[in-house]
Design a binder for this molecule. Structure first.
Ligand SMILES: [Zn+2]
Length: 396
C-alpha cells in the first residue's frame, strides 16, 4: 500500500528497489502484501543491549533511577562476554521480528564492564547484519571525572570498532567537565555524540546550554543527540520555548524514552504523579529532530519490553494526549524517518534506495500507531528476513 492508499507493487533487484507502481511485470518470486502498509522498518535510536534482560539478577525495591544505576552496576561486574552475547542476541531477534531494521545500542565501557560487553556486541552486530544494521555507542554511564581511566577505555572502544561516543553528565560529580571529555573523544575520533541528559523533573540546572555551546563551538550541529531530557516536561512554557530554540539552533536531536521516563520519574508522590515525558510535539514545532525509542528491555530501568517500537510510539501518543491523524503520522516518523535522520543513515522506500522493507498489518502509518498493528514480514537489502503470518480464527 502506498502513502496515498493506492495499492502498488514494489520490485526489488540487486538489493535495491527497482520500481514502484501498479502491476509491475516480473519473472522472479513474489510476495502478496495483501494491501498492507509498507515502510522502511522501525529505527531503534536508543537501546542498551548490554544490560537487557537482567531482571532476575536485580531485585527492584524503589523503582528509582538511583536504584536502577546501583543494581545494574552490581550486575554488570558479573557480565561475561558469552552472557552479554546471549542476552543481546535474544533482544536483537525480538527487534527484527518487530520490524526493526536499524538500531543504535549503547555499550558501557568502564572499569566494571571492561571490554566484555563491547566485544560481545561487536560480534552480535556482525552476526545479525543480514537483518539489521547495528551501531554501537561507547558509553560512560557512571561518570568520567570520578574514574578517569574510563576516558582511556572509551578511546580504546572507539579504536576497537565502536561507532560513536556517549556520556551521562548527571552521574558525574562534574557534569560540565564530563561533557567536555566526551566532546574531546568525539573530535579525536571524528564520531557522533549521544548523551543521557537532564533525567529528572527539576526544571532548573539543565545541562543543555553546556551541550549546545560545545556542539556549536565544535561545529557538531546534526551530530549530537540527547536522551530522556525529562526536565523539559517540568519547565514553564517560556523556559521550554527557550530550551527548544537552543536545541534547534545547535541541531541537537532529542530521543524520548517513554517506557523508562514514565517508570522512573515522579516517584515518591502519593497521587497525581507527573508524566515526566518530554513534550515531543512542542520540540518538533520548534524545529527539533525528535525520535522515540525503547531504551531498556527487562531491567531495573524498564522492567517491561518486547522491542516493539509500534507499542512504544502508541504509549507515547497516549501519554502526550495526541489524537489527530497528523499527530499519529508525526509519532510514526519519530520511530522511523526521524530516527534514521538522527543516526544519519539512508531511509525510505523509493526507486534506487536500499530494499529495507517491512509490511505492517495496517492501512496507514496513522492506523498502525493507533492500533499497535503487528508487522507481517520484512526484507533487508532485498532478502526476506522474517515472516509473521496473520492470526487466524477457527469459527465453529
Ligand atoms: Zn539509555
Amino acid at each position: 500500500m502506498g502513502a496515498d492508499s493506492t495499492p502498488v507493487d514494489i520490485a526489488i533487484a540487486g538489493g535495491k528497489i527497482a520500481e514502484i507502481g501498479p502491476l509491475i511485470a516480473h519473472s522472479g518470486p513474489i510476495q502478496d502484501g495483501q494491501g498492507m502498509f509498507a515502510f522502511g522498518g522501525f529505527v531503534e535510536s536508543h537501546i542498551h543491549l548490554d544490560k537487557a534482560m537482567i531482571l532476575d539478577r536485580c531485585p527492584i525495591c524503589e523503582g528509582t533511577l538511583c536504584e536502577a544505576i546501583a543494581l545494574t552496576a552490581k550486575a554488570k561486574a558479573g557480565f561475561t562476554e558469552a552472557d552479554v552475547y546471549l542476552r543481546a542476541s535474544q533482544v536483537v531477534e525480538k527487534a527484527i521480528l518487530q520490524g526493526t531494521t536499524r538500531m543504535r545500542s549503547f555499550v558501557e565501557v568502564d572499569p566494571r564492564a571492561g571490554f566484555r560487553s563491547l566485544d560481545a556486541l561487536l560480534r552480535v552486530g556482525r552476526d545479525y547484519a543480514w537483518a539489521i544494521d547495528i551501531e554501537l555507542c561507547a558509553f560512560a554511564q557512571e561518570g568520567i571525572t570520578n574514574e578517569p581511566e574510563t576516558a582511556d577505555m572509551l578511546a580504546q572502544a572507539l579504536e576497537k570498532g565502536a561507532h560513536l561516543v556517549g556520556g551521562c553528565p548527571y552521574t558525574d560529580p562534574d557534569p560540565q567537565a564530563h561533557v567536555e571529555a566526551i566532546f574531546e573523544l568525539a573530535l579525536r575520533y571524528d564520531v557522533d555524540v549521544d548523551f543521557h541528559a537532564d533525567f529528572d523533573l527539576d526544571p532548573d540546572n539543565s545541562i543543555l546550554p553546556k551541550i549546545a555551546a560545545e556542539t556549536i563551538r565544535h561545529g557538531y550541529q546534526g551530530r549530537v543527540s540527547v536522551g530522556h531530557v525529562t526536565k523539559l516536561a517540568a519547565m514553564t512554557p517560556e523556559a521550554l520555548k527557550t530550551a527548544a530554540g537552543l536545541l534547534a539552533e545547535a541541531g541537537i536531536a532529542v530521543t524520548i524514552l517513554p517506557a523508562t521516563d514514565l517508570f522512573l520519574t515522579g516517584r515518591g508522590l502519593q497521587r497525581l504523579a507527573p508524566r515526566g515525558v518530554a513534550p515531543g510535539s512542542v520540540l518538533s514545532a520548534h524545529g527539533v529532530l525528535v525520535s522515540l525509542a525503547s531504551n531498556n528491555i527487562l531491567n531495573p530501568f524498564t522492567p517491561f519490553g518486547d522491542c516493539s517500537l509500534a507499542r512504544i510510539a502508541n504509549l507515547y501518543a497516549n501519554v502526550a494526549h495526541l489524537a489527530r491523524d497528523v499527530d499519529m503520522e508525526q509519532v510514526f516518523s519519530m520511530v522511523t524517518a526521524n530516527a534514521a535522520l538522527q543516526l544519519r543513515v539512508p531511509y525510505g522506500i523509493s526507486v534506487g534506495s536500499i530494499a529495507d522493507i517491512v509490511l505492517i498489518d495496517a492501512q496507514s502509518a496513522s492506523d498502525a500507531m493507533r492500533s499497535i498493528a503487528p508487522v507481517a514480514a520484512g526484507w533487508k537489502r532485498g532478502r526476506k528476513t522474517f515472516e509473521r503470518p496473520r492470526a487466524k480464527l477457527y469459527r465453529p
